[in-house]
Design a protein around this ligand. Structure first.
Ligand code: ATP
Ligand code: MG
Length: 287
C-alpha cells in the first residue's frame, strides 16, 4: 500500500479538496483507496457525504479508545473506504498527550490494513500538532498542496523541518514526494514566479533532506467553481461535475501519481468489515 499524507499547516490551500478528489480519481483509475479524515473540521467526511449518528465511531475512537479502523470505516464507493472524523477529534491531542508512543498510534492502528488497499491518503488539519505527527509517522509520502500566492512558501520550512524530524525519529521511509499547486491561476506573473521558485527549491534539495527527489506535479489544479460547490452536496467532483475542469485536473493528477511508482497488489477488505456510507439510509433503502 502506498501511504500519502496531504499536509500543509497553512489553512485553506486545497488539502481536503485534493485528498478527496485525488482519492476519487484514483478509485476511478481502478485503485482501492483508504481515505482518512484526520482533521477535527471533518471536511473530508462531509465532502464524501458521510452523515454521522451519535453512536458512530470515528478516527477519534481509533486514536483515543483503541477502536479498530474497520469499526469506523465506511464504504463510500466500490473501492473507496473512508475513515470519518468528528469535531471531538479536537480533544484527541490533549487526551493522547500523556500516552506512551503517542506519535505512532495511527501507524500502529493501520498496520493490519496494509494489504487491503493500493493507496491510503490522509487529509491533515492545518496544524503541525500531534495529529499531524501521527499522520506523518503513518506514511511514506507527503504531498504538499500550495497556492501560487505571495505567501505560499511562508511556513514551508517549518513543515519540512517537522517532516525531517518525524523521518529521523519515527519513520525512516518518510519523504516529501510531491508538491501540487491548487487554485492555480497561471495567467498571472506572480503565479509564474512562484511556480519557478518552487521548482528551483525542490530541484536544489540536498540529497539527505526529506524532500530530495520530490516532484512538482505538472498538473496544476485550476481554480474551478465546481470544486468549491461539490462539498456542500456531499459529492466528489466526479459525482457532481464529471465534465468540469476540476474533474479533468484531478484525473490528470491521479495519472501522474500512479506513474510515480508501481502500485502494490492488494486484496480488498472483506465487505462485512466496512459500513456503507450511511448505514441507516442503506438499511431503509433495502427494506
Ligand atoms: N481548485 C479550486 N477551485 C476553486 N475552489 C477551490 C479549489 N480548491 C479548493 N477550493 C475551495 O477553497 C477552500 C479551501 O479548500 P480546502 O478546504 O480544500 O483547503 P484545506 O487546505 O483543506 O483547508 P483547511 O486548512 O481548513 O483544512 C474550500 O472552500 C474549497 O472548496
Ligand atoms: Mg481541510
Amino acid at each position: 500500500m502506498r501511504t500519502i499524507a496531504v499536509i500543509n499547516q497553512k489553512g485553506g490551500v486545497g488539502k481536503t479538496t485534493t485528498a478527496v478528489n485525488l482519492a476519487a480519481a484514483l478509485v476511478r483509475a481502478g485503485q482501492r483507496v483508504l481515505l482518512i479524515d484526520l482533521d477535527p473540521q471533518s471536511h473530508a467526511t462531509l465532502h464524501v457525504g458521510i452523515e454521522l449518528g451519535s453512536e458512530d465511531r470515528t478516527i477519534y475512537d481509533v486514536l483515543v479508545r483503541g477502536a479498530a479502523i474497520a469499526e469506523t470505516a465506511r464504504l463510500v464507493d466500490d473501492r473507496l473506504t473512508v475513515v470519518p472524523a468528528h469535531l471531538d477529534l479536537v480533544a484527541a491531542e490533549i487526551e493522547l498527550a500523556d500516552q506512551p508512543e503517542r506519535e505512532t498510534v495511527l501507524a500502529r492502528a493501520l498496520q493490519a490494513y496494509h494489504e487491503h488497499y493500493d493507496l491510503m491518503i490522509i487529509d491533515c488539519a492545518p496544524s503541525l500538532g500531534l495529529l499531524s505527527v501521527n499522520a506523518l509517522a503513518a506514511v511514506d509520502e507527503v504531498f504538499i498542496p500550495l497556492q501560487p500566492h505571495f505567501l505560499a512558501l511562508q511556513g514551508l520550512s517549518k513543515l519540512l523541518e517537522t517532516v525531517t524530524m518525524v523521518r529521523d525519529a519515527l519513520r525512516p521511509a518518510l519523504r516529501v514526494s510531491g508538491v501540487v499547486f491548487c487554485m492555480s491561476e497561471s495567467a498571472t506573473r506572480l503565479a509564474q514566479e512562484i511556480y519557478g521558485d518552487v521548482e528551483q527549491f525542490v530541484r536544489s534539495a540536498e540529497p539527505e533532506t526529506a524532500w530530495a527527489g520530490a516532484i512538482v506535479f505538472n498538473t496544476r489544479i485550476r481554480r474551478n467553481i465546481k470544486l468549491a460547490e461539490c462539498p456542500s452536496f456531499g459529492k466528489t467532483i466526479f459525482e457532481y461535475a464529471a465534465g468540469s475542469h476540476g474533474a479533468e485536473d484531478y484525473r490528470t493528477l491521479a495519472a501522474e501519481v500512479l506513474a510515480m511508482a508501481q502500485p502494490t497488489t492488494a486484496r480488498s477488505m472483506p465487505e462485512s468489515a466496512v459500513l456503507p456510507r450511511n448505514p441507516s439510509a442503506a438499511a431503509s433503502a433495502a427494506v
